[in-house]
Write a protein that binds this ligand. Structure first.
Ligand SMILES: [Zn+2]
Length: 42
């Protein structure tokens, strides 16, 4: 699971592949930057 952060509104989107656009503000995918995945502790 990758995490994408919208550089426009700061919305975090999680998905297996890059979202087409930000669901929150509708910014194009160019505004989404891949983030390091959150640490998951068992
Ligand atoms: Zn956004």
């Amino acid at each position: 699971m990758a995490v994408w952060k919208c550089q426009s509104c700061g919305n975090i989107v999680e998905g297996r592949c890059k979202p087409g656009k930000c669901k929150a503000c509708g910014a194009p995918k160019d505004s989404l930057e891949k983030q390091a995945p959150p640490k998951k502790e068992k």
